[in-house]
Structure formats: C-alpha cells, structure tokens
Ligand binder design. Structure first.
Ligand code: WT7
Length: 666
C-alpha cells in the first residue's frame, strides 16, 4: 500500500450514524425489486445472471454458455450468444409498438427543447450508422466522441454500437493534449465532435481542441484519424480541414433511414472509457456487449425501480463519464425509459434550474452526485422550495461517499421526507452498480451504500485478504466475476492484472477503503490509493504532478486531495520552483503569477477539471528514505491539521520548514 491511505474526515460521524428508513408498504408493494432476488442469486449466482440476460436483453443467437472464467481475470459471459446493443436500446421497442414513446426530452442550456421518440431515435441512429459506414467505419474500429450533452451524443454512441465499432467518449472538459493521447491510444479512425456547446450562458468551443489534438507533432506518429464529423450546435466559426472534416447534419441527413445492425458476439468490444489510475497514463477501460447490457439493464430497472410506462427518469451526469454510458445511454434505453437530458449547468440561468426541469417534465427518478447536493444545500433550501417536486419518487446518489448530512437534506428537501434514496457504489471498471440499497426492500441508512446487489460478491478484507467481521474496516474487494466487469485495459493486459488482481491474488481490488457496520452493511470511506475524487470526478495525483513538472517553472511537485465541503476533495499542489524562479514567489504579485501560470498549464495538459484549487510553493518535499513523497503529511498541512507521524522521513526537519514557509506573511 502507498503511504497515502486516507480515512475520510467524516468517518467518526459515520460510525455514530444509526438512523434507518424502512420502505413504505405502498412502495414495497409495487417495487420491481423483491427480497427473494437475494435468495435466488445466492442459490446459483451464474444462473441468476443467465436468467436476467434472457429476460432483459434480446439475442439474435441465444447463448448456451453463461460464464467462462478459465481465462481469469478476463471473463467471458454469454460468449456464444450474438446481439446488437443499439438494436436492444432502440429497435426492439419500436418493433414492440412503443415507437411513439418519448425516449428523450432534451433541454438545452439556452432553453431550446427537443422531444425524441423511440421511432425518431431508430431513424436517427440508423442514418448516423450509415453515415459513419460511408466514412469508412467498420466493425472492430474505434471512434472517439468529444461532444457536449446533446441528443446527437446518444445517437453517435448508438451508431457506433450498431456498426460494432467501439466508441471512446472523451469528456468535453479534457484538453486537446488529453484528447490527443486518448485518440492515439485507442487508434481511432473517426472523431465526432461539435462546433461547441452552451456552458454557463455562453457558447464554449470544442472543435479547436480537436484540431489541435490532430495537428502533426514532431517526433510523434501521424494520427490514425481519417475524418472528423462535426455537429453544429452553437454556430461558432470553425476552422475546416478539407477532405477530413464533415458536417454531421450533411452526412446524416443524406443517409438512408434503414440500417441492418451488425450482429456481434457477446464479448465484442462495446466501448473504451479512459479513467485515471495511480500512474500518470490514463487507463482505457474496455467493456464488451452482452454482460454489460445485462447488468446495466438489471440495475437500472431494480435499483431505480423503473416503471417504464409512467416514470420520467433523469440522470444529471455527462456522457463523458461511465455514469452517462450506463445510466443515460444503455440502461435506460434498454429498459424503454423516458428520460430527460440537460445540456448545461445547474445554476444557469438561475440556481433553481434543475428543480424547474423536474417540475416541467414531471421527473420521478433523479440520479445525481453528492457534490451537486452539497452545492444545492449551500445555495439554500428556499430555492428548490419554489418548485413542485412532488413527482419525485426515487432519488439516487453516485460518485463519492455521501455524508449523512447531505443524504438527510436530499431526502427531506428534495424527496419531501418520503422518497427512498439509493446510494450506489460502482466504478468505471465495474460498468454497472454493484452495491446499493434496493428501493422497496432495503431499510436505507444515511451515508451507506449498504448491500451488494443480488448476484454480486463484494466484501471488506484486511491486509491479508481475510474478510473483516461486522464492525471491522479494511479494503473493498469483489470476490466473484460479474457480467459488466471490465475485460481489461486497452492494449495493456499486464497493467490490468497488476492494478486490480495482484494486491489480493484472485480477487478484484477496488482501491476503496470500506467498513462493515454491526448489521454487516458496507460504508465506503474513499480511495486508499493515489486517486483523488473531486466533485465525483476521478483524478490521479501522479498525472497532475507530471503535468506540473512539465512546466519550466517547476522542479518538483506533490499533489494531494484535501477535504473540501462541496467538492469532497480539492486538488492542492505543493511545488518546488526551479532555482532561477524561486525568488519570484517571494512577492505577492510573483506568487500570484506563478499560481496562474501553473493552473493554466494543468488545464492545458489535462483539462480545466484538473486545475489545482491551491498551489503552495515550498522549499522541500517530505520524503521517506527511499525517496517516496509522504502525501499523508502534506494532506495534513492542506487540511490545516496538526501534522501526523513524521518519523519515517529522511529529513525530519522538512515538515517544520514547509510549515514555517507557508506561515510566513506574504
Ligand atoms: C470511484 C469510481 C461510478 C460512477 C462514477 C464514478 C467512488 C463511486 C461511490 C459511492 C462512495 C463512491 C469510489 C470509486 N465512488 N460511487 N456511492 N460511495 N464512493 O466512477 O470515476 O470510475 O470512480 O468513485 O472511490 O472507486 P469512477
């Protein structure tokens, strides 16, 4: 383990949290989830998933094999079945007579709207698939998608799936450099982007980042990208590369509305999604088709109690993250849900925008992140009180531990003290929800994700991989394969094995600390590795450190995630400047300039989401005798705590030096 083992500051509170909210009899009576599911899955876990795969997914060729774990840790689920993800998400609903059902209520940030039925979606996805095929995309290819939250984003993902090409969505908040390395790693043939999107009341350009990402660079191989397909959204001016760039509306509108889906094997790649790891290079998490669709559909139906005929579902995530993949695109559409997609930020043009949208569309299931709930708490409960939220009946939380205070506020203010809250634990790697209460079944506890879902084997172990007793704490692990598990890291099988399967041989190490309470319920306590969680976004300390040292001002850098009231953690960087710049930091003006330069530099290297909140210039960094930076001590400084045990430092005076330097009046 690294020395950066973190215990959440709210751990003490969590351990004293004893409130529980049993489901109402009315909710339990109508719920999709039933207590018997746990027994069925316990009796035969593999058969349980086979049943879900048959019930929730349509197969072109039915599978006869369920799980093949002989190639562990790369699983095969339903391997001899064939299917198509886009057909499952769209066409089969139209064939079942549900073509007129609204699939998407789109709400643009400026207030423009668009209603898309399943029949509309079938036409759009088919045309887009034909357009992509015309541009040379074939089954097995990779397509990078760099788009804002638009209907076209969903259509683009499904068009790839329809062709059997893997999509790799890159969040619009990542920089040109980050985009470039992901395009190269995936070996993408096509990039789908937009001129821009609306963000905080203004158009925000995207196309220039794609142009920069594809520009020739000395010493680097030529890009694999043949075409760039550009959605017109903001009508900003764009640079145009003749022969390479193609307008989406021209290509898609010219294409035929019929397209025969590519029937692929269950283990055919569906997507690659890059996520931060403990080293500098992002990992391309690979997901395949049959198992992923089975578990996203199952969890979406049961964890959110989706009643497809009557519910209006809204997940506030961006499609650039796995939550958007599993709980905007695949889970909801497989289940024939009606959902809201919103382009913008929660406070544009006013801080009640989300609640206005809930009222407008009668949203009944709402899924968001603790950081957003904490921001709303800060803005004040009089804001949601102005809107009619009585349509809400299930609330979900994801992305980071939710503190009991935020959970209680969510339930009382947004859920009128009535709605179940599902705190869902999962990861990009797990593909779908793994640990969560089941609404109508579980008595919920504020701050706990509680129970592994039926068919999921999750537990908490100590350093020697022994399961801890109730009341004990340790590391969260997954001890049996599950259908939507990652099938590897794109192009790096060894890293896949090292990262997840070597800490405890044969079982999956999630990287999270956890504890079991006296009832055996699981409480997540945050990451135990060098991964930070800022506003529910995963960032790597080492990745930001290498971005900082790539600037000529910086000799050395150490980054920590410090506790933050709203974002959960905030990025705090400690930097040692190169000799010739060290003096500049001595003045207010100089240090402000350095701070701005470095924050902008990180934004350029990784993206605005990775910008350090604070940059502290120091003369030394605390290191062990073997040269490892003791981030734990820096976190103490960043969180204004008394510095912990520093006896393993090579030079024990370093912490005093750092603190004295920071305390100096500027
Ligand atoms: C990490 C995964 C899952 C989609 C969004 C994030 C943390 C996620 C919870 C939760 C406590 C949570 C974990 C996990 N996390 N959900 N309900 N309670 N922690 O996906 O970017 O892959 O990050 O997010 O630390 O390891 P991700």
């Amino acid at each position: 383990m690294t020395d950066s083992h973190s215990t959440s500051p709210s751990l003490e509170n969590l351990l004293h949290e004893t409130r529980a909210f049993p489901p109402s009899p009315e909710f339990a009576a109508q719920a999709n989830a039933q207590p018997s599911m746990y027994d069925e899955a316990a009796a035969d876990r593999v058969e349980f998933w086979a049943r879900q795969a048959r019930e929730l997914v349509s197969w072109k060729t039915p599978f006869t094999q369920t799980l093949d774990w002989s190639g562990a840790p790369v699983a095969k689920w339903f391997a001899d079945g064939t299917l198509n993800a886009a057909y499952n998400a769209v066409d089969r609903h139209v064939e079942a007579g549900l073509g007129d059902r609204v699939a998407i209520h789109f709400e643009g940030e400026p207030g423009d709207t668009r209603t898309v039925t399943y029949a509309d979606l079938q036409r759009e996805v088919s045309r887009a698939a034909n357009a992509l095929a015309t541009l040379g995309v074939e089954s097995g290819d990779r397509v990078v998608i760099y788009l804002p939250m638009l209907v076209e984003s969903v259509v683009a993902m499904l068009a790839c799936a329809r062709l059997g090409a893997a999509h790799s969505v890159v969040f619009g908040g990542f920089s040109a450099d980050a985009l470039r390395s992901r395009i190269a790693d995936a070996g993408a043939k096509l990039v789908i982007t937009a001129d821009g999107g609306y963000r905080r009341g203004a158009p925000s350009a995207l196309k220039p980042a794609v142009d920069a990402a594809l520009a020739a660079k000395e010493g680097e191989p030529a890009t694999t990208v043949e075409h760039v397909l550009v959605v017109r959204r903001t009508e900003q001016d764009v640079e145009w590369t003749q022969g390479r760039d193609v307008w989406w509306h021209e290509a898609v509108e010219a294409a035929d509305t019929f397209h025969e889906p590519a029937w692929v094997d269950a283990e055919h790649p569906l997507f690659i999604l890059y996520t931060s790891g403990t080293t500098g290079k992002p990992k391309g998490i690979l997901h395949t088709t049959g198992g992923y669709l089975t578990q996203t559909a199952f969890t979406h139906k049961n964890v959110f109690d989706l009643q497809a005929e009557s519910d209006v579902y809204w997940c506030t995530a961006d499609i650039g993250w796995v939550t958007g993949h599993s709980y905007i695109v695949y889970g909801p559409l497989l289940n024939g849900a009606t959902q809201v997609i919103y382009e913008g930020t929660p406070d544009t043009p006013h801080r009640g925008r989300w609640w206005e949208i809930v009222q407008k569309y009668g949203v009944s299931i709402f899924y968001t992140a603790p950081t957003a709930i904490r921001a709303c708490m800060k803005w004040g409960e009089e804001i949601p009180a102005e809107f009619d939220l009585s349509s809400l009946r299930v609330l979900g939380s994801v992305g980071e531990p939710i503190n009991p205070e935020a959970w209680m506020w969510y339930r009382r203010v947004i859920g009128s003290d009535r709605t179940p809250i599902v705190d869902t634990w999962w990861q990009t790697e797990t593909g779908a929800i793994m640990i969560s209460p089941l609404p109508g079944v579980t008595a919920t506890k504020p701050g706990s994700a509680q129970v592994p879902l039926p068919g999921i084997a999750a537990t908490v172990v100590d350093d020697e991989a022994n399961p801890v007793p109730d009341g004990g704490g340790g590391y969260l692990v997954l001890s049996e394969p599950w259908p939507s598990m990652l099938r590897g890291i794109w192009g790096d099988l060894q890293r896949f094995k090292d990262t997840y399967w070597s800490r405890f041989p044969g079982i999956y190490f999630a990287g999270d600390g956890a504890k079991k309470d006296e009832d055996g319920d699981i409480w997540l306590l945050g990451r135990v590795d060098d991964v930070m969680n800022v506003s529910g976004h995963r960032l790597s300390t080492t990745e930001i450190e290498s971005a900082l040292v790539s600037n000529e001002l910086v000799a050395e850098a150490a980054v920590v995630g410090a506790a933050d009231d709203v974002s959960g953690q905030a990025v705090v960087a400690f930097v040692i400047l190169r000799g010739e710049h060290a003096d500049e930091a001595g003045t207010d003006e100089g240090s402000a300039r350095i701070e701005k330069t470095l924050r902008d530099h990180v934004a350029q290297e990784i993206g605005p989401i990775a910008k350090p909140k604070r940059i502290l210039v120091v003369a030394e960094l605390p290191k062990t005798r073997s040269g490892k930076i003791m981030r734990r001590l820096l976190r103490d400084v960043a969180e204004n705590r008394e510095v912990g045990d520093a006896t393993t430092l090579a030079d024990s005076s370093v912490m005093n030096l750092i603190q004295a330097g920071l305390a100096k009046p500027a």
